[in-house]
Design a protein around this ligand. Structure first.
Ligand SMILES: [Zn+2]
Ligand SMILES: [Zn+2]
Length: 301
């Protein structure tokens, strides 16, 4: 399963109805926070996720609206006596935002990514893969792709019972894991799941970006694309000068990349929440499988 929770959907300045942009991606054993914006620790707490449970923090770029919550998040981890390692991934300069003092409590695996226009593997462990590419913004912005490589299918409880597989093992098998039972039998997912295939689940997260061919390469075929949609088309000139996308840009990228679902986010402060439908109509007329992010939105696939 891959689960995305939108923690914030606003750009640059928070509004009552939109906190600053951020998302939590839960996949396999990974809990990845993307863009630790101001107040993100409190928002994690509001959805019942302790800062101690995060495995990764990924920062798209170093503009304040994407990264100002990082010091507070790390301080909270220190206060809670975190001991498990944390991986922090970001653009060049991210290391300056991580105080050396955190290493006295827990190990920080810091990955500082150089700009690249080629989709590049950051990390591949277990069945999860992380990739990135640098896209077009006013400073280095990394767009990320998180992929669950496990085969997916439909769990068939009748088959599980016929084979005498204890319920305690069902979830692991559902997640694509091959398990060994106490009686020594090895059960592979293909023995229990129907319509199993090699299909991956993936989520691409753009950060702040103007339309970019490298972004389409990254997102190609992804299950979910969470895309900068700062502006309506009437403000396209401002979008271009500030290195952002409009709802039209996001929809065209989604269509070209052939994604399963487009989620518009980083809605500019200037648009109150009454503009929700304007953004939806704008993008859905080009790419029908579109949602406009709202804070607290959860998508599970
Ligand atoms: Zn921003
Ligand atoms: Zn920015």
């Amino acid at each position: 399963m891959l689960k995305v929770t939108i923690l914030g959907s606003g750009g640059a300045i928070p509004r009552t109805c939109r906190e600053l942009v951020s998302a939590l991606i839960e996949v396999d054993r990974y809990r990845i926070l993307i863009d630790p914006s101001e107040g993100v620790t409190r928002r994690l707490e509001a959805i019942g996720v302790s800062a101690l449970r995060l495995t990764h923090v990924m920062v798209t770029h170093l503009h304040a609206d994407h990264v100002n919550g990082l010091p507070g998040l790390l301080a909270t981890m220190l206060m809670l006596s975190r001991v498990t390692p944390l991986t922090i991934i970001g653009p060049v300069g991210i290391s300056d935002l991580v105080p050396a003092s955190v290493n006295s409590s827990f190990k920080v695996n810091l990955i500082e990514l150089k700009p690249t226009d080629k989709v590049t593997l950051i990390d591949a462990a277990d069945n999860v893969e992380l990739r990135y590419v640098t896209t077009r913004h006013t400073i280095q912005n990394n767009s990320y792709l998180v992929t669950l490589k496990r085969p997916v299918g439909r769990f068939n409880p009748v088959k599980a019972r016929e084979l005498g597989v204890p319920v305690a093992y069902w979830r692991r098998i559902q997640m694509g894991e091959t398990v060994k039972l106490p009686d020594g039998r090895v059960i592979e997912p293909s023995m229990i799941m129907d319509d199993i295939g090699a299909k991956s689940l993936s989520v691409a997260y753009t950060g702040d970006t103007a339309p970019s061919g490298s972004l389409v390469d990254l997102a190609r075929g992804s299950t979910i694309l969470i895309h900068d949609s700062s502006y309506l088309p009437s403000d396209v000139n401002e979008a271009r000068s500030r290195g952002h996308s409009t709802c039209v840009d996001a929809a065209l990228d989604a269509r070209e990349a052939g994604v399963g679902l487009l989620v518009l986010t980083h809605i500019s402060y200037r648009y109150g929440c009454e503009y929700h439908w304007d953004f939806l109509k704008c993008a859905a007329s080009i790419f029908p499988r579109t949602l406009v992010a709202s804070d607290g939105l959860v998508i599970s696939v």
